[in-house]
Design a protein around this ligand. Structure first.
Ligand SMILES: Cc1cc2nc3c(=O)[nH]c(=O)nc-3n(C[C@H](O)[C@H](O)[C@H](O)COP(=O)(O)O)c2cc1C
Length: 372
């Protein structure tokens, strides 16, 4: 009898794209655009091509404009040179039979004057998110940003649209909007960091407005089935005061309900990395992905801490359509093959996550078991 249960390693039809499997490489900032223009490099092309057996690759978070920069050596997609650099990467991935979406990000209050020619970062409100920014002199505490005017907001939305267009010109297969904690979008969603009194602040609808305005803008460039968005509703660490609050559950219900009308490629959700008991979102502790599945009728991509076994389980339970893997792809460029052959995974070296050179980047070998 034919097995009709979804399987991590089987093909998957994502709109008009055929994925070789449901193993997605999640976005990984690796700090290898080590040049003043933040242009992707040929070393990055080799890195992504090494991982092209994933069903889909999501690029590292990539700046939509110079105001969005909050971390050194992270590439952008807002200049011609950057577009040319990305072309080499998308070609390298396509030549290996892979698919790659571009992740578009803006760090808002997570930036630092050292990365902004001495200017203050911009954010929904003039509130220090009490996080850290990776500057040329190492990690520094964030500062109190400048509150965005409505004109700033409109310009930023247009920058997302232009970045989406640039991504298309660079040969990407689609885009993912980077909206996990620490970035600009969650700073609009959070009660702690959004004190605006205009149409972008106050009630849930207003705080979530920017998401839909960005999606509407990028939809002018891409078919909706090539657009995705990544959220982390319950991230607790390393995100300063942008924490789950008493309206997190209801704002995400509102967002997902509204996204039901968008026919996106997928919504990508990062799971809980810590115990939620005692937090305002403790009711999500059990049945986390099932909760979001209940509110979202489109494709769902689950992330955080998955193994081959737990990924297969969530697919079979029907609580996700795709599963993404972040850290496992760092030391296992051949993650899919290792899953296929049930081979052990290598551990990544955290000291080289953002260290700028080849070591710990393109140096991880394929498993010896697979060498002929
Ligand atoms: C070194 C590193 C860099 C990351 N950079 C990004 C990023 O640029 N964009 C993003 O959405 N998530 C980023 N993440 C989060 C991962 O995409 C993923 O959500 C997280 O690692 C959990 O998945 P995992 O348990 O499979 O690693 C990063 C994670 C790591 C370890």
């Amino acid at each position: 009898m034919k097995n009709i249960q979804p399987n991590l390693l089987e093909e998957y039809q994502l709109g008009d794209l055929k994925l070789k499997n449901r193993v997605v490489m999640a976005s990984l900032t690796r700090g290898r655009a080590t040049n003043p223009d933040l242009v992707p490099t040929s070393m990055m092309a080799e890195y992504y091509a090494q991982r092209a057996s994933a069903g889909l690759i999501l690029s590292e978070g990539t700046w939509v404009n110079s105001q969005s920069i909050g971390f050194i050596n992270v590439p952008g997609i807002y200049t011609e040179k950057q577009i040319e650099g990305w072309k080499i990467i998308t070609k390298a991935v396509h030549d290996k039979g892979g698919l790659i979406f571009l992740q578009l990000g803006h760090i808002g209050a997570g930036a630092h004057p050292d990365l902004q020619n001495g200017e203050l970062p911009i954010a929904p409100s003039a509130i220090n998110i009490q996080s850290q920014s990776f500057t040329p002199e190492g990690f520094k505490y964030t500062v109190t940003p400048r509150e965005m005017t409505v004109t700033d907001i409109q310009k930023t939305i247009q920058d997302y649209r232009q970045a989406a267009q640039n991504g298309k010109n660079a040969g990407f297969d689609g885009i993912e909007i980077h909206a996990i904690a620490g970035m600009l979008i969650p700073q609009f969603l959070s009660i702690a960091t959004n004190k605006r009194t205009d149409e972008y602040g106050g009630n849930i609808e207003n705080r979530a407005r920017i998401i839909f305005e960005i999606l509407d803008a990028v939809k002018e460039v891409w078919d909706s089935t090539r657009i995705a968005i990544k959220f982390s509703p319950v991230m607790l660490s390393n995100v300063g005061i942008v924490q789950p609050d008493e309206e997190t559950i209801s704002i995400f219900q509102y967002i997902l309900n509204k996204l039901n009308g968008y026919d996106l490629a997928y919504v990508h959700i990062v799971g809980p990395s810590e115990d939620l008991i005692g937090t305002p979102v403790e009711q999500l502790q059990e049945s986390y992905f099932k909760h979001f599945r209940h509110h979202y009728s489109g494709r769902l991509m689950a992330n955080l801490g998955f193994s081959k076994q737990t990924a297969d389980t969530i697919l079979k339970e029907g609580n996700a359509d795709l599963v993404s893997f972040g850290e496992p792809f760092i030391a296992n460029p051949d993650l899919v093959e290792r899953f296929k052959h049930n081979l052990p995974l290598s551990e990544s070296d955290r000291n080289t996550f953002y260290s700028g050179d080849e070591n710990g980047y393109i140096s991880y070998p394929k498993t010896v078991y697979l060498k002929s």
